[in-house]
Design a protein around this ligand. Structure first.
Ligand code: KG4
Ligand code: ZN
Length: 345
């Protein structure tokens, strides 16, 4: 039940290359403003931390103003501020945390320093309503590939597994570089793969049957690079669509297999997928297929809520307020390696 009296929460996200400012009231999304510095990183083939920090600084107040205008509210109407305190790039996080402190201090409102990964989970409440307790979350982004058991997103998030090397999104970005497809790699590989055969090349599926909830994508990435190099050495054209489709299939096959294993082993019937890679059309389709076969309900936020944004931070802030958790205080640090179990600082 959404009440007009639920607190108005403004969330700030600056952990990587998106300056995100979201405004929510309870589970209702009122604004989701984004300024991305992705174009400034493209020629480097990856996010350059110093460039990202500078871009956050330049975009911050304008993005806050844009979010307020979109929501039709004034800064003084905001009841609480939330900010990503970690994990993420240290300098980039510091810009958001400093800005959130300044707003909270100037307006005399509470401040919540929150975990970026828990925010990726919580954002789904804005689209699909309250999260089932417990649920399993598969978080796949440029920095993380995690399997979480979530009894309560405001207070109890447990890590069951993660990548031992590259994150899933990182593998997409590196393979896109090998194929000269630009940065970020995920969206363009997703597009190219639509015209390719996912069974054309049997790329390896790391840790497929090892009994753990961990992932490994670095062997796959290397296998793709070797395969492409061999074609080039032989003077043969590289079938970009088939390589994209076969690589993508290897990633999503192992992601969905392990996510459903966590559900089965823990008797959980709800799976949520979040993070930038959750925007992948094949991951969404295969997860839907396998969840249905296993009798598991699947929740995936719309693509704009999957990639980094401020709404997810506001959503988690609102959840913390609703749970009656104490705010963080103005000395809250930016912690680049904040562990997932720490939902709020
Ligand atoms: O969550 P996110 O926006 O930022 C991080 O916290 O990292 O995720 C960005 C990652 C990038 O690696 C990007 O290539 C990947 O998400 N990504 C995708 C797709 N859209 C974005 N990967 C696969 N398919 C997509 N459609
Ligand atoms: Zn993220």
């Amino acid at each position: 039940m959404i009440r007009d009296s639920a607190p108005l929460v403004l969330g700030i996200e600056t952990s990587c290359d998106e300056t995100g400012v979201g405004i929510v009231r309870g589970h209702t999304l009122l604004a989701d403003a984004i300024a991305s510095s992705v174009d400034q990183h493209a020629r480097f083939g990856g996010v350059v931390p110093e460039v990202a920090s500078r871009a956050h600084l330049e975009a911050m107040t304008a993005t806050v103003d844009r979010a307020l205008a979109e929501a039709g509210v004034a800064l003084r109407d905001v009841d609480a501020f939330a900010v990503t305190a970690g994990p993420g790039l240290p300098g980039a996080l510091m810009v958001g945390v400093a800005a959130a402190k300044a707003y909270a201090l100037a307006l005399g409102k509470p401040l919540y320093g929150v975990n970026h990964l828990a925010a990726h989970v919580c954002v789904d409440q804005l689209e699909h309503g309250p999260l089932p307790k417990p649920c399993v979350a598969l978080l796949v982004s440029g920095g993380h590939s995690s399997l979480l058991l979530v009894p309560d997103v405001a207070s109890d998030v447990r890590s069951l597994g993660g990548t031992v090397d590259d994150a899933a999104g990182e593998a997409f970005d590196k393979v896109a570089r090998v194929l000269d497809l630009g940065f970020p790699g995920g969206p363009v590989i997703d597009r190219m793969a639509r015209d390719g055969d996912p069974a054309a090349i049997p790329f390896p599926r790391g840790k497929y049957n090892d009994g753990t909830y961990d992932f490994s994508f670095s062997g796959l990435k290397t296998a793709v690079a070797r395969w492409v190099e061999a074609r080039e050495r032989a003077g043969e054209p590289v079938p970009v669509a088939d390589v994209s489709a076969s690589f993508q299939e290897a990633v999503v096959d192992v992601l969905t297999r392990k996510a459903l294993k966590v559900c089965k082993d823990n008797g959980v019937r709800d799976l949520l997928i979040g993070g930038g890679v959750a925007a992948n059309s094949r991951l969404r389709a295969l997860a839907a297929e396998r969840c249905e076969a296993a009798g598991v309900r699947l929740r995936v936020p719309r693509p704009k809520l999957c990639t980094d944004n401020g709404a997810m931070v506001a959503a988690l802030g609102a959840e913390l307020v609703a749970s009656g958790l104490a705010p963080s205080g103005l000395d809250v640090p930016a912690d680049s390696s904040l562990p997932i179990q720490t939902v709020a600082l």
